[in-house]
Design a protein around this ligand. Sequence first.
Ligand SMILES: [Zn+2]
Ligand SMILES: [Zn+2]
Length: 330
Amino acid sequence: MVQLLSVFQIIVPTPYAVGPVNVYLIKSDPLTLIDAGPNNAKAAKVLEGMLTSLGINVKDIKRVVITHAHPDHSGLASDIARKSGATVLIHPWELKKMDKAADLMMERLPYAIEAGVPQTVIAEMYGERDKLPRPNVDNCKVEELTDDDKIEFAGGQLQVLHLPGHSPGHTCLYDPEQKTFFSGDFLLPHITPNPVIEPDPENPGKRLPTLKQYLNGLKKVDDLKISMVCPGHGGVFNDYRGAVNVARCHHDSQFKIILNKLNGKELSSYELSKEVYPNLHGWDIFLGLSEIQAHLDLLVEWGSVSFSKKNGVNYYHRDPHAAKVAPSDQ
Ligand SMILES: [Zn+2]
Ligand SMILES: [Zn+2]
């Protein structure tokens, strides 16, 4: 007899623009959740209500696996763990972000300054604080997950895939028996994840090459055999190669847009992001900047674009002598 993992998708509301988040219940021993939802009463009520309708009391949960520390995915983990005694499983670099001592916004400030963001705009970006409490795993049992770890169940196994780019320790899970891929925010049905500007967890003075990491991750996913993607947002889907293609096309078109904007001009990443996304406000300005900076980093690596520093700000220009000018040359 072959035993398979039973998976249930629970759609949990969030107060964020992205809309609801998906929590997955693996109904096999030990009872496990993948992601937990945001930390507010409405989300907790929906999650616990859906668990009850599936015959599960929240106290029965034994493990909560967190794909990444963004509050829509991880906020309720500590609440569930405290109620149930469940162990939280998470990549060490995401765990680091949940540490009280980490100031995720301030540690990114030097990058906003070298991107040329004016003081008034920095004040606007940093004036918007999250509506919900910072996710934490205080007083919870925690187990660190790293690439290629296996999470064992009575009815099967999940393989851990470290796929950064959206978040440094972003973790996806793969069931090799049923070919199910729990993608978190790595692969989504309608949107491509933001390559958020992040310091390198092992060398905080340096910025992570987020888009390079992400595109490398897409290659890894291309090599998997997947029959169903269970994403962090939106419905489950089968056409993972289609989603990988959409993500690649999105980034190719961003490279072209940026190269066009730099025709005959020298611009800071902030000036470029204002040209590409003129109507952003609050923290969204930082996300728009992240998208542009991530593409610029790769264009610099490919030799299509160069930059020079003036008064602490990096200004980018197209390199007229570049052998490679378009990403399709790669
Ligand atoms: Zn996220
Ligand atoms: Zn998300």
